[in-house]
Design a protein around this ligand. Structure first.
Ligand SMILES: O=C(O)CCC(=O)C(=O)O
Ligand SMILES: [Fe+2]
Length: 337
């Protein structure tokens, strides 16, 4: 592990056992990785993955393309706005001035999606983002398959449950350097306001600028960038399916100092019509009461998107997954004596 990874104050997981061939020893190493994922997902709600199999050149190129694209004049970037209705707006957009989030972004579905709108310049942009999308998807699928073991449910269960890939999406972000922001109010200089992701998991590829922070026990932990690593966080869907065994984690991006920050966030999602509740297999294993009532994913998605476009005056009033939480019954909540 690199010195930066060894010195980190957050879980760093080395995935190389899944990308090297070996005998029985390799199986032991894989088991250790699975144990580390389980621990990180329940204690932190996130981890940083190194040696994850995505070529470093592809990571560097996609960040370079994002930099070049966002550096284009606004009128060029705005050519990359979709003309048709899409479930989520693809292409380029800048957060409106009233938004607490100070960034601009480019959003795409899977490379084959007819909803995508790519810029023509820089020319290698499309090839680079399509390639990185493929790498991030492969990594998300690997982690999902390991989740079965992490949760103690049968092999293949998660993949079978989450069988519709058309809703996954990837966003390239540019967070404006704090000095460039006009607002004198320091608190409003937030690249991305504190939130929990509504998806299954998010994989983030970030440059070396820094600013991403995760919350643990009320404290913010800065995710000091480790070259060519991926930040992986648990989203609301896993929290529901795992009946709170793994919790979706609060995180934010501070506006960077001195220079802009670039990142790619891959949102591993689920079919919009899917009905969600704690998995029966998880319940069987834990013998606990269900902590969430059943809901359609699309309904939750729409509530969250509505908040995003019209943020409530107090951001603490924004909808979270607790909207579907079942309050513990008096009997379950009462201390045993
Ligand atoms: O850009 C990042 O580092 C984080 C993005 C993020 O939190 C999100 O897309 O939900
Ligand atoms: Fe997020």
């Amino acid at each position: 592990m690199s010195p930066a990874a060894a010195a980190a104050s957050f879980p760093v997981i080395d995935f190389s056992p899944f990308f090297t061939t070996g005998g029985g020893e390799n199986e032991v190493e894989k088991e250790e990785v699975i144990n580390s994922i389980r621990e990180a997902c329940s204690d932190y709600g996130f981890f940083v993955a190194v040696n994850h199999g995505i070529p470093t050149e592809a990571m560097d190129l996609s960040l370079e393309m994002a930099r070049e694209f966002f550096d284009l004049p606004s009128e060029e970037k705005l050519k990359c706005t979709p003309s048709s209705d899409t479930p989520v707006t693809t292409g380029y957009a800048k957060q409106p001035d009233h938004s607490p989030n100070k960034n601009e972004y480019f959003l795409m579905f899977e490379p084959a999606s007819a909803f995508n709108v790519y810029p023509t310049s820089p020319a290698p942009f499309r090839g680079a983002v399509d390639e990185i999308y493929g790498g991030l998807l492969a990594m998300a699928r690997l982690i999902e398959s390991l989740m079965n073991r992490c949760l103690g449910v049968p092999e293949g269960l998660m993949e079978k449950f989450n069988d519709d890939r058309q809703w996954d999406l990837m966003t390239a972000f540019r967070y404006f350097a704090a000095a460039e922001l006009e607002t004198p109010d320091k608190d409003k200089k937030t690249g991305l306001y504190g939130h929990k992701d509504l998806n299954l998991m998010t994989l983030v590829l970030q440059d070396q600028v820094g600013g991403l922070e995760f919350q643990k026990d009320g404290e913010w932990i800065p995710i000091t960038p480790i070259p060519h690593s991926l930040v992986v966080n648990v989203g609301d869907i896993i929290q529901v399916l795992s009946n709170n065994k793994f919790k979706s984690v609060n995180h934010k991006v501070n506006s960077p100092q001195g220079r802009d920050r670039h990142s790619f966030a891959f949102a591993y999602l689920i079919g919009f019509e899917k009905m969600l509740e704690p998995l029966a297999e998880v319940m069987k294993e834990s013998k606990e009461e269900p902590k969430f009532s059943k809901f359609r994913f699309k309904d939750y998605f729409q509530l969250r998107v509505a908040d995003l476009f019209n943020p409530p005056a107090n951001l603490d009033d924004a909808v979270t997954i607790n909207h579907y939480a079942i309050p513990p019954t008096v009997a379950a909540a009462a201390p045993a004596n």
